[in-house]
Design a protein around this ligand. Structure first.
Ligand code: ZN
Length: 152
């Protein structure tokens, strides 16, 4: 078993920050109709920082692991940094990132092989796309149609 598989399995067995928040300031629902992923994301934002985050829903292993790792990467961080990470992550899964992006990604680099599995790219991006929607008070997003994070 390689590192990628181990990390995905671990986060599926014990997804971090899974569940709901009692006092969310922002929330959004994210849908990926191609795979059937459906997640709910809640944020507690204070002073332009993400003080708490929770994700819930039903999704495939890649989406769940991506969501779990995303929460670890953005919890306690300024919104601005979360926004930067979202764009770098998106570049990575499309194979468009460069070396300076890599240093920012840290353990999220585990998902870089996704670019060779086009049908799973949206699974990995959905949590990040939903995070952005929550921050922008968009309410509900889908990886299809006008919200498509990959074609835009
Ligand atoms: Zn999926």
């Amino acid at each position: 078993m390689n590192l990628y598989q181990e990390v995905i399995l671990d986060h599926n067995k014990k997804p971090r920050n899974w569940g709901t928040l009692s006092n969310p300031t922002h929330q959004a629902e994210g849908l990926n109709p191609l795979c059937g992923d459906r997640i709910w994301l809640m944020l507690e934002v204070m002073d332009e920082s993400i003080v708490d985050i929770a994700v819930d829903g039903e999704s495939c292993a890649i989406c769940k692991a991506s969501a779990s790792m995303m929460t670890l990467s953005v919890k306690g961080k300024p919104l601005k940094l979360a926004e930067e990470l979202t764009s770098v992550f998106r570049k990575m899964v499309l194979g468009e990132h460069n070396e300076s992006d890599e240093s920012q990604l840290g353990r999220l680099k585990i998902f870089q092989g996704i670019k060779d599995l086009p049908s799973r790219v949206k699974c990995a991006v959905l949590p990040w796309h939903t995070l952005q929607a929550a921050v922008n008070s968009q309410g509900r997003i889908s990886t299809e149609g006008s919200d498509d994070p990959i074609s835009s």
